[in-house]
Design a protein around this ligand. Structure first.
Ligand code: NAD
Length: 370
């Protein structure tokens, strides 16, 4: 359990609590590591059962962002924020502007963005108070919703997985089970259908699945949230919750590949070992779902969609390298991804200490630490 003592013994650089009784804001920002650059990570708004649970979540998520940025080849560190409130009932201009003004106090060490429970409209309020926010609306020079980019990145990563496991680059005719038809899941279903795949989809909100089945008749079948693990498919694509690859679900899987957008898919590291033992290829979550992060990161230097497309293509190469490493070293894929991240942080962070002249403001007026 995280407490002051464990935080002092741990790896996080900074953990900050913000409260504002007037707006009702209760927030925690965790900056895990800034060796590669400012910590970037979304702001999650969630009705946590306790402040302790929120603290555990923000510590875990911010560490994940360090690894995600590192394998994605970004000059960014890892951080995350949580707002302890119900996103369905407690959103207000005052709350997000108050959060934005606190983020501004961190002087750019932490840059926020959307996450579960927050959206582009909330980012607009935050943007009123600070420049240290990305994922703002296109009208403000931002890149908008990151979800379609996350989905594009997953598709690139899946191509690498299929090539590695099946020796072909063609996705046509493959069967995929998509868990979750939310923002990313819906875009994934669209991309999979466009690529000639047969899609099975589930969501606790069945209406979302029905909308997709209606849009792609004959290509999308709806299954229950229990059945999704057992469908006879080539690919299982988790795009809803974390910890869905666990002791109970892994024995049910009939797929050859797990490749999806959800964060923290493995309940424990041992579950990653178990998938490897069963010869089920696992595309490490933070490597394959980095498309959204890549896209918002481009805002820092002035958003350019062509740069985003080019960067997202790198997910194919990144996953390919991890899979090759895994085959050569006979190591589970998640461990290879960690190695890639840690190696890059070690090798690149030391270059940051070299004097290269003053940082120059970009044409958007933002200073980027390169
Ligand atoms: P979302 O909230 O829009 O969608 C999640 C969907 O999952 C919802 O439709 C929800 O009803 C459904 N769901 C919840 N519990 C379920 C269950 N037990 N079985 C089936 N469906 C269930 O979220 P999103 O933005 O689409 O993100 C999906 C996942 O991808 C999350 O884990 C998120 O952390 C991760 N992710 C998202 C992005 C992004 O750009 N949005 C980037 C990286 C990672």
């Amino acid at each position: 359990m995280a407490n002051v003592e464990t935080i002092f013994q741990g790896e996080h650089e900074q953990v900050v609590f913000f409260t504002d009784p007037v707006s009702g804001l209760k927030s925690i920002v965790a900056i895990h590591n800034t060796q590669l650059g400012p910590a970037l990570g979304g702001c999650r708004m969630w009705n946590y059962e306790s402040p302790q649970q929120a603290l555990e979540d923000v510590l875990r998520l911010s560490k994940g962002m360090t690894y995600k940025a590192a394998v994605a080849g970004l000059n960014l560190g890892g951080g995350k924020a949580v707002i302890l409130a119900d996103p369905k009932k407690e959103k207000s201009e005052a709350l997000f502007r108050s959060f934005g003004s606190f983020i501004d106090c961190l002087g750019g060490r932490y840059i926020t963005a959307e996450d579960v429970g927050t959206d582009v409209n909330d980012m607009e309020y935050i943007f009123t108070e600070t420049d240290h926010v990305v994922g703002v609306a296109e009208t403000h020079g931002g890149s908008g919703d990151p979800s379609p980019w996350t989905a594009k990145g997953v598709l690139e990563g899946l191509r690498a997985c299929v090539e590695h496991r099946m020796g072909k680059s063609e996705l046509k005719g493959l069967r995929v089970a998509v868990q979750g038809a939310g923002h990313v899941g819906s875009y994934l279903v669209e991309l999979f259908c466009e690529n000639g795949m047969k899609v099975f989809v589930c969501d606790i909100d069945r209406k979302r699945c029905e909308a997709l089945a209606e849009r792609y008749p004959g290509k999308v079948s709806i299954v229950s949230t229990d059945e999704i693990y057992e469908v006879d498919v080539d690919v299982f694509c988790p795009s809803a919750l974390g910890a869905v690859l666990n002791e109970k679900t892994i024995p049910k899987l009939k797929c050859a590949i797990v490749a999806g957008s959800a964060n923290n898919q493995l309940a424990t590291d041992e579950c990653g070992d178990e998938l490897f033992k069963r010869n089920i290829l696992y595309a490490p979550d933070y490597a394959i779902n980095a498309g959204g992060l890549m896209n918002v990161s481009i805002e820092l230097g002035g958003y350019d969609e062509r740069r985003a497309n080019r960067m997202i293509r790198n997910i194919y190469y990144c996953i390919k390298a991890i899979l090759q490493h895994s085959s050569q070293e006979k190591l589970p894929e998640y461990r290879c991804a960690d190695r890639v991240a840690e190696k890059r942080i070690k090798e690149i962070s030391r270059l940051k200490g070299r004097y290269k002249g003053e940082n120059k403001p970009t044409f958007h007026g933002r200073v980027v630490r390169r």
